[in-house]
Design a protein around this ligand. Structure first.
Ligand code: FAD
Length: 409
C-alpha cells in the first residue's frame, strides 16, 4: 500500500478546501487536497455575499474569479403578497465591498481550486477519504482511488472541507441534531428569457409563497441568460404538491406570483434535483490535529445565502491556527476558531429563525423602517456578520426580541 507524508491534508476541494489550500500553501506548508469527484462538478449555493470578495482578495484569487464574467450582484429583492422590497448592499453599515456575483458553482469552484493548484497545492481528484486515525503528533488518512486502490497518508493536521460528505462527523460520530426543522429544497437551472420590466438581474429574488409564508423560493440570475430557481419549505409541505422534484418545484413556482410572471418564457437547462434535511450541526468544530470547515461542520438554511461565506470564513480562521500550531506556537482553537466562527453563524442563525417565525418578513416589509436598523440588517445580508459594531452581531437574540416588541405594538 502506497504511504506518504504531507504537512496538512484537506478533504474536499469546494470553496472552504480551496481557500484553506491556498492560504496554507502561501504560508509555506506542504498541502495535499483529496477530492472524491472530478471538477468541474455541479454544486448548489450560487448566490455569493460581498464579504467573499475580501476572502478572494486575501488569497490572490480575485483576478481569476473576475475574469470568469459571472453575473454581477449588488443586493436582494424580497417579494411578498404583491409587494417588493429592495435591499441595496451599498446601504450597509459595515465597511468593505458591496458587490459580488451569482455564480455557476461548477465554474466557480473549478476556478478557485485551479488557483490553489497554481499556488502550489497538490490536488488529487477522484480520491475519496475513507478512514481517519489519530496517532501521536498527527493523523493517518485512508484514501481510495477510482480503481479501488487504497493508500495511506500521514499528516500533521487534517482540515475536513468535505461539505455534505461530512467525512469526520461520520467517522468520529460528531453529529448532533440541528435546531432547524426538517426542510426540503428542490431546484434546477433554466434559460430564463426574462424580459419583465421589473426584473433586476443584479439581485437575488426571494419570494414568500402566497399560499404559505413558511415556503420561499429563490430566483438567482446567472450569466448567459440562465437562472437558478428553487423552493424551500417544511418537508411534508413541499411534498404535498408533487411526487418528483420536478413536479414539486413546478407546482410551487407556478403559483408564486411575480417570480412565475418573470419565468413565463423559461425553458429547462438542468433537470430538477432535491436535498432533504440539509441543516446539520456537530459536537465540536475541532479536536486533536483536525478541524471542520464549511458545511462539514454546520449548515443552517439557504435563505440568506450564507453557506459559501461561512465556508470561506472558517477556512480563513482555521488556517491561521494551523500555521501557529505547526510552528509550535500557542493556538487557541476554542477562542480564535470555534467561538469566533460562531459570532457570525449566530447572527445568521438569528436571522434564519426570525425569517421562519415571520418576524423578519414583517421587518422587511414594514412601512417605515428605521434607517439604522436597515443598514445593520443590510450588512448581515452582505455577509458582514463578524462586524462587532453591528447590534445584530453583538447580541442577536436581544436585537430580535426588541424588534419583535417593536413590530407587535
Ligand atoms: P462543498 O462545496 O460541498 O465541497 C465539498 C467537497 O468535498 C465536494 O467537492 C465533495 O465532492 C468533496 N467530498 C465529499 N466527501 C468526500 C470524501 N469522502 N473524500 C474526498 N472528498 C469528498 N450557499 C451560498 O453561499 N449561497 C447560496 O445561494 C446557497 N444556496 C443553497 C441552497 C441549498 C438548497 C443548499 C442546501 C445550500 C445552499 N448554500 C448556499 C450552501 C452551500 O451550498 C454550501 O454552504 C457550500 O457549498 C459549502 O462549501 P464547502 O466548501 O463547505 O463544501
Amino acid at each position: 500500500m502506497d504511504q506518504r507524508y504531507c504537512d496538512v491534508a484537506i478533504i474536499g476541494a469546494g470553496p472552504s478546501g480551496a481557500i484553506a489550500a491556498s492560504r496554507l500553501t502561501a504560508l509555506g506548508w506542504n498541502v495535499e487536497v483529496f477530492e472524491s469527484q472530478h471538477f468541474p462538478r455541479f454544486s448548489i449555493g450560487e448566490s455569493l455575499l460581498p464579504i467573499c470578495v475580501e476572502f478572494l482578495r486575501e488569497t490572490d484569487m480575485l483576478a481569476d474569479v473576475e475574469a470568469q464574467n459571472f453575473q454581477f450582484k449588488d443586493g436582494a429583492v424580497f417579494w411578498m403578497d404583491g409587494e417588493t422590497e429592495t435591499i441595496d448592499f451599498h446601504e450597509k453599515s459595515a465597511p468593505g465591498p458591496a458587490t459580488v456575483w451569482q455564480v455557476r458553482r461548477d465554474k466557480f469552484d473549478d476556478t478557485l481550486i485551479k488557483c490553489a493548484m497554481r499556488q502550489g497545492a497538490h490536488v488529487h481528484f477522484g480520491h475519496k477519504v475513507t478512514g481517519f486515525t489519530q496517532n501521536t503528533g498527527g493523523v493517518t488518512l485512508e484514501i481510495e482511488n477510482e480503481a479501488g486502490e487504497s493508500q495511506v497518508v500521514n499528516t500533521s493536521f487534517v482540515l475536513d472541507a468535505s461539505g455534505f460528505g461530512r467525512v469526520l462527523p461520520r467517522l468520529m460520530d460528531l453529529d448532533v441534531p440541528s435546531d432547524q426543522s426538517l426542510r426540503r429544497s428542490c431546484f434546477k437551472h433554466v434559460h430564463d428569457f426574462a424580459d419583465h420590466p421589473d426584473f433586476d438581474r443584479n439581485k437575488i429574488l426571494i419570494t414568500v409563497h402566497p399560499d404559505d409564508p413558511q415556503v420561499w423560493l429563490w430566483l438567482i440570475p446567472l450569466a448567459d441568460g440562465m437562472s437558478s430557481i428553487g423552493v424551500v419549505g417544511a418537508d411534508d409541505v413541499i411534498q404535498s404538491r408533487g411526487s418528483t422534484p420536478e413536479e414539486m418545484l413546478a407546482a410551487w413556482c407556478e403559483t408564486s406570483g411575480f417570480m412565475s410572471d418573470i419565468l413565463s418564457k423559461a425553458t429547462e437547462a438542468r433537470a430538477a434535483s432535491q436535498i432533504i434535511g440539509f441543516s446539520r450541526n456537530v459536537k465540536n468544530l475541532y479536536g486533536d490535529n483536525y478541524a471542520l470547515l464549511g458545511n462539514a461542520a454546520e449548515f443552517l438554511d439557504p435563505v440568506f445565502s450564507s453557506g459559501v461565506t461561512i465556508a470561506m470564513k472558517s477556512a480563513m480562521l482555521a488556517t491561521d491556527l494551523v500555521d501557529r500550531q505547526l510552528k509550535g506556537l500557542p493556538a487557541d482553537w476554542e477562542k480564535d476558531f470555534s467561538a469566533e466562527l460562531k459570532v457570525g453563524v449566530n447572527a445568521f442563525r438569528a436571522c434564519v429563525n426570525a425569517w421562519y417565525t415571520g418576524l423578519l418578513q414583517r421587518l422587511i416589509f414594514m412601512d417605515s423602517r428605521n434607517e439604522d436598523i436597515s443598514r445593520h440588517f443590510t450588512s448581515i445580508l452582505a455577509g458582514y456578520a463578524w462586524d462587532r459594531k453591528n447590534p445584530i452581531v453583538q447580541d442577536p437574540k436581544r436585537f430580535f426580541s426588541l424588534m419583535d416588541r417593536m413590530t407587535s405594538d
